[in-house]
Write a protein that binds this ligand. Structure first.
Ligand SMILES: NC(=O)c1ccc[n+]([C@@H]2O[C@H](COP(=O)([O-])OP(=O)(O)OC[C@H]3O[C@@H](n4cnc5c(N)ncnc54)[C@H](O)[C@@H]3O)[C@@H](O)[C@H]2O)c1
Length: 317
């Protein structure tokens, strides 16, 4: 029976990944490490595996697990609130946690997939973002991800038989992100405002564009990356930029509403005006394909949000 380690498995993407692994492989043994600094237990109510609630950035994995105990390791644990500006806190958590996981994985040559971010591209990039462009992170979150990629490249260069794959996720949206609050996707925020009968609030004038990628595509890409033949860094997005105004129009269409956006000033200097993944490398080398363009993703997500509310309404002890 395969044994898999997921760090950050109580979070948005990690919980979707853990549950999808268990759905695909009923006999699999999944172990999650998550200290719940931003994770949410209710994401895992259907989870059948084990959970170690420890801070990864100061954990000795060799004390807890045998070398080679896992066949694959997925590292998603991270401070994910991109507005955290304290460099020591962000870098210590994100880089030291990854350093420990990478050393543990490399010692037994266990394939390692880790979450990087489109934030490494920064605000200056325009047009499509391709992996060979230099990293220009504009906030300390993106900087911590760039440092993780540097570390991964050093491990891969030192041990060519160790496969370590970094995935630059773009703007992920979908079920199990509610716990992220203000850090949840704009799709979630805008859907929540409209569903609460409020006008959706966005920065002036709503033409900032994001590559929104549905979490099911992200989970599929992440699982595929564990079988990559080589180490590397790959974009995982939808390959298309959608403006916030377009998202509101799609939500109105899906929810049969007609809310006009309410625009307000953008307080952030590092806000990315345009993100759009170039998928040439991830499709040719990982075989990644997009199954959920934005209209399909939003339609499915809204349906799931409504079903979740119905289940919640019917819960009683
Ligand atoms: N959601 C997105 O749009 C997006 C975009 C780009 C990259 N990413 C990356 O994907 C990964 C998952 O993000 P998410 O959206 O699921 O966020 P999330 O906040 O829901 O999940 C992160 C999880 O990591 C855990 N964690 C953080 N530091 C930890 C530590 N030191 N020890 C143990 N657990 C720790 C948190 O408790 C949380 O459960 C992150 O690495 C994030 O940077 C996400």
């Amino acid at each position: 029976m395969d044994s898999i380690l997921i760090t950050g498995g109580a979070g948005f993407i990690g919980s979707n990944l853990a549950l999808e692994l268990e759905r695909r492989h009923p006999d699999i043994r999944v172990t999650i490490i998550d200290d719940f600094r931003s994770g949410e237990f209710s994401n895992l109510v259907a989870f059948r595996g084990d959970l170690v609630a420890v801070d990864l950035s100061s954990m000795d994995l060799r004390e807890r697990f045998r070398p080679g105990e896992f066949q694959q390791i997925f590292h998603l644990a991270s401070i994910t609130d991109t507005t955290v500006a304290d460099p020591r806190r962000m870098i210590f958590n994100n880089l030291e946690g990854f350093r420990r996981v990478a050393e543990f994985a490399r010692a037994s040559r266990t394939p390692l997939v880790f979450a990087s971010s489109a934030a490494v591209y920064g605000v200056c990039a325009s047009g499509r973002m391709a992996e060979d462009q230099p990293a220009r992170p504009a906030n300390v979150y993106g900087f911590s991800k760039a440092l993780m990629e540097n570390l991964a490249r050093r491990h891969a260069a030192a041990s060519p038989d160790f496969r370590v794959v970094g995935l630059r996720y773009f703007n992920v949206y979908g079920p199990r992100e509610t716990h992220k609050g203000a850090a949840a996707s704009m799709v979630y925020q805008l859907a929540a405002q409209i569903r609460a009968g409020k006008r959706p609030r966005i920065f002036k004038h709503g033409e900032q564009k994001r590559d929104f990628v549905y979490v099911r595509d992200v989970v599929r890409a992440t699982l595929t990356a564990a079988s990559a033949q080589r180490s590397g860094i790959y974009n995982i997005g939808s390959g298309r930029a959608t403006s916030f105004n377009e998202i509101i129009a799609l939500l109105n269409k899906t929810l049969a509403t007609e809310y006009e956006p309410e625009y307000f000033e953008n307080p952030y200097t590092f806000y990315q005006p345009h993100t759009e993944a170039d998928l040439v490398r991830s499709s040719s080398e990982l075989g990644y394909t997009v199954h959920y363009p934005i209209d399909r993703g939003i339609a499915e997500y809204v349906k799931e949000l409504m079903e979740a509310d119905t289940i919640q309404d019917g819960l009683s002890c």
